[in-house]
Design a protein around this ligand. Sequence first.
Ligand code: AHG
Ligand code: MN
Ligand code: MN
Length: 337
Amino acid sequence: MRIGTTLTNYIIQNQRHIAGATGEFTGLLNDLAVACKKIADLVNKGALVNVLGSADSENVQGEQQKKLDVISNQIMIEALRHNGHIAALASEEMDSVYHLPPEAPRGKYLLLCDPLDGSSNIDVNVSVGTIFSILKAPEDRTDPNEADFLLPGAEQVAAGYCLYGPSTMLVMTTGNGVCMFTLDRDFGEFLLTRDQVRIPAQTGEFAINASYRRFWEPAVRRYIDECMAGADGPRGKNFNMRWVASMVAEVHRILTRGGVFLYPCDQRLAAAGKEGKLRLMYEANPMAMIVEQAGGAASNGRQRILDIEPREIHQRVPVILGSSEEVERVVAYHTAG
Ligand code: AHG
Ligand code: MN
Ligand code: MN
């Protein structure tokens, strides 16, 4: 009877090729897998365990938190803080960096996460996810601070997400391609179900929240209007549209069958003093690394996402990612305008 390749097997096999590897990274991914399994279990049980609905609190970004945002954040902390694999943790749901308890052993990694992405979908039983990004911690400090996290996405050691959909899937990259694992709930293991994922360079599918069209910049409006004009317009072909409102689900679709995803800045966000909606450190950077590792592209319209020098931990950015030819076209429209 074949067991298959578990996530732990896979990481240990890859670790053998890295000189000086200590097993700490394997341990960290294991902690993350445990956290994701716990969140998957709660998402799956939903109303049965009273985790749906709002938490009566706001996060640092002024967004209403769902109960599961708060619980998922607590699960991430609990799964990581005592195991000696990280030196500090930053999350979309916490105002500032989480420092480990004084007695906890320190590891050599920094973890950034969006504990529950797409949480507006929780109460309507639509896919949500967890996104994570791993950076190297500075070696000379036991309690890294916010400035230590402010590295460009190109410095990420690894990035990944867990999608809580019809199947629970963990998708990750360590800079050597993208692989997908599916959770076998009876068995309790993530098993490798796809390796070396590639995003086709061309696509006929785009994803954007079109209800904001009146606020878009001319470059975005031009690109989407041309897609919408289909075979009768300058593109000479028909496009299909999707919007799940869970970035994890959109990226997963793009990794599976191609596509382009846009969450641009717009006048509505700019008027509120925001450069975009999505967060650079918890959403844009990890997804950009995954998409690039699968042969796609990720830009803010003017610059490669992974090259952005972060100014602050909760920074927001416009995001355009997916099939490379479409991303290049959107970027060309930005620079032309
Ligand atoms: P989060 O639930 O972590 O705040 O993220 C939601 C994000 C992203 O996943 C999604 O693409 C986008 O917000 C949806 O925004 P709109 O509701 O404006 O479409
Ligand atoms: Mn999110
Ligand atoms: Mn979130």
